[in-house]
Design a protein around this ligand. Structure first.
Ligand SMILES: [Zn+2]
Length: 322
């Protein structure tokens, strides 16, 4: 799928190219799965396209190279398990210093290509402290035509010294309506486009995933139904649920994320937004109550991610309040 939404950000980046004011480093930050990486790739392609400076042509040698992901001037880093533990799916994913060192030599090698060298560090907040230190050195000595794009959920999860050397570009959730329209343009049947857009709560990457893989859409629906059911269930069931969910870290984060989106949607409806046909019937919540639940989910999500808090206890606190 081509770019969806983020017009303001895209226009800004195009102006950087047109006015020859491309920064050495950018930090794209905002929620997961909203298309930050797609924008980064488009930007890099356009920067190097031989034919155009408004939309990449998709036909020249450079565009082909970047699209296939194997261009000699392209470096993509993402969190990976430690060397030798590649099979350990739950392992400690990080961007480690050896990758940053490789990047440094890659960026300083001279190649026959006269275009920009470009690096994307996806999941930049997963850089280890050492890796961030090494990256800072690269940012402190920018060289020639090279651009580094960091992609993260939040800017404050990186060293402030790194952030201050990047041009910050914030990305927001999209309107489900926009995702829906783009899916329909891409020949997705209307009904299905409506449903997966709604389920994605503003994240085109997820909507696409739900469309391609209906099983993931079902799982997402269950997460939403689950929170509705739990809000009416006795405490003992809520605690059992908290215990089970706390054992699956990945699912726990997905669930918290969905619940947050669900309650935000409820709040918007309370403030007069048209009710979406797919929203399950809500409990009897006042706006104040919904606001306090949203605050609690945000707080618990943050605490679970950043501290050693016992996730089961944190989930219990939350499930008692809904
Ligand atoms: Zn091109």
């Amino acid at each position: 799928m081509r770019l969806v939404g983020h017009n303001k950000q895209w226009e800004f980046l195009k102006r950087c190219i047109k006015n020859d004011r491309v920064a050495h480093a950018y930090l794209f930050y905002g929620p997961l799965n909203i298309g930050k990486r797609t924008v980064a790739m488009e930007f890099i392609k356009l920067l190097n396209c031989h034919h155009s400076d408004t939309e990449s042509c998709g036909k020249c040698q450079s565009c082909h190279g970047f699209e296939s992901g194997v261009h000699p001037n392209l470096f993509i880093l993402k969190p990976e398990p430690p060397e030798g533990k590649e099979d350990d799916a739950a392992g400690n994913l990080a961007v480690r210093i050896d990758k940053i060192t490789e990047l440094k030599s890659g960026l300083s090698l001279s190649t026959s290509d006269s275009g920009y060298k470009a690096a994307i560090i996806d999941g930049a907040e997963a850089m280890t402290y050492d890796a961030q230190g090494a990256l800072l050195k690269i940012l402190e000595e920018p060289r020639g035509k090279a651009v580094i794009i960091l992609i993260a959920e939040q800017a404050n999860q990186l060293l402030p010294t790194i952030v201050s050397r990047c041009q910050l570009i914030r990305f927001d959730l999209l309107q489900p309506k926009h995702i829906e329209e783009s899916l329909i343009k891409n020949k997705v049947p209307v009904k299905l486009a409506e449903e997966v857009s709604w389920l994605s709560f503003g994240r085109p990457g997820l909507a696409m995933e739900y469309y391609r893989n209906p099983e993931t859409a079902e799982r997402q629906k269950r997460r939403i139904m689950e929170i509705v059911k739990l809000s009416k269930a006795p405490l003992s069931s809520r605690f059992r649920y908290a215990e089970a969910l706390s054992k699956d870290t990945r699912e726990m984060h997905c669930a918290l994320d969905v619940w947050l989106s669900y309650f935000r949607e409820l709040l918007l409806e309370g403030l007069g937004k048209e009710k979406n046909n797919f929203m399950p019937a809500k409990g009897n919540y006042s706006k104040t109550k919904i606001r306090s639940i949203i605050g609690l989910i945000e707080k618990i999500g943050f605490v679970i991610k950043t501290t050693n808090t016992n996730p089961r206890l944190a989930l219990e606190v939350l499930l008692m309040k809904i």
